[in-house]
Design a protein around this ligand. Structure first.
Ligand code: BV8
Ligand code: ZN
Length: 256
């Protein structure tokens, strides 16, 4: 666990920063019971590689397998509640309203915790859309209003009768342009970027800390392990976000 002195250094940088950007990955939701992307493969999913399942090809080859995997993960996300790490970030935004959370996660735990400025790079697992976006990109469909046989894989689009799919970004797919542009602007104008719970393996999300750093931002990383971002971090806080972030908030002083 990081020393009080290192926590204080991070807190002082945050307290004196005008523009704070936060990049979160699956690690920030781990203490809410949502397995990280690579942990999501436990139990019956252990024999699959997530990167093989989270692709349009996998869905076209085996829509029922991929749909069932997302249903399994949706159930876990639906049961999850924000943890002290999410809550600390929402509190930090209250003190620094220009703070932007850029998340790779497909859950809505930042919003549930009270964060207002949230950019979702990889979509939202609770939403479904027509695989062909037959009514425009994206053609969102509320599956809860559709009667379908859950044992038979994805329901059909009410507009065109073809498959529905999760409204997430799969490997090999473009990120939503508006979200990625907003994330780049927030990263390029940040005085400090807090990078929390990401292995830094997936691009283009993983390039955002480098963009921030190249424009002079300080990088503070919160992760119990090292990641691809650690080498450019000015401060590395070794530990879990649910414990570290509340300590940083506290060190920022009661009135921030
Ligand atoms: C694109 C939604 C271009 C789906 C996700 C070679 C071949 C093919 C493609 C590529 C290639 N090389 C690079 C690519 C591009 C590819 C990519 O990056 N691949 C990687 C794997 C090498 N990227 C893409 O394909 C992207 N699109 O590039 O399009 C393009 C251009 C033109 C035209 C068409 C296309 C799309 C990427 C988006 C993929 N979708 N999610 C779903 O969720 O099902 S990404 C998915 O993985 C997750 O959403 C998550 O974002 C990501 C995993 O990353 P992390 O969040 O970092 O999670 P991870 O488990 O890895 O790490 C957790 C970390 O937390 C760890 O460090 C751990 O130590 C830490 N931790 C654990 N507990 C805690 C903690 N930290 C704090 N507290 C704790 N308690
Ligand atoms: Zn359709």
């Amino acid at each position: 666990m990081p020393s009080d002195n290192l926590i204080q250094q991070a807190a002082d940088i945050l307290r004196t920063s005008k523009n704070i950007a936060v990049l979160t990955g699956a690690g920030v939701s781990k203490e809410s019971g949502v397995p990280t992307f690579r942990d999501a493969m436990d139990g019956l999913w252990a024999r699959f590689d997530p990167q093989q399942l989270a692709t349009p090809t996998a869905f076209m080859q085996n829509p029922r397998l991929v749909w069932d995997w997302y249903e399994y993960r949706r159930e876990m996300v639906a049961k999850a509640r924000p943890n002290p790490g999410h809550l600390a970030l929402a509190e930090l935004e209250k003190r620094a309203p220009s703070l932007t959370v850029i998340t790779q996660n497909v859950d809505d735990l930042h919003e549930q915790a009270g964060s207002k400025n949230v950019i979702h790079l990889h979509g939202n697992i609770a939403r479904s859309k027509c695989f062909y976006n037959c009514k425009g990109d994206p053609t969102i469909v509320d599956v809860s209003k559709i009667e379908y046989d859950k044992t038979q894989g994805p329901p059909s689009c009410p507009h065109c009768g073809r498959w529905l799919r999760p409204d997430v970004v799969w490997f090999g797919e473009m990120l939503p342009v508006d979200q990625l542009d907003a994330a780049k602007i927030a990263s390029a104008s940040a005085d400090v970027m807090l990078v929390i719970g990401t292995s830094g393996l997936v691009t283009p999300a993983a390039t955002l800390p480098e963009l921030a750093k190249s424009r002079g931002a300080k990088i503070i990383e919160v992760n119990p392990d090292d990641s691809m971002i650690t080498r450019i971090a000015d401060i590395k806080l070794d530990g879990v976000s649910g414990e570290i972030l509340p300590r940083v908030l506290e060190a920022m002083g009661k009135n921030g």
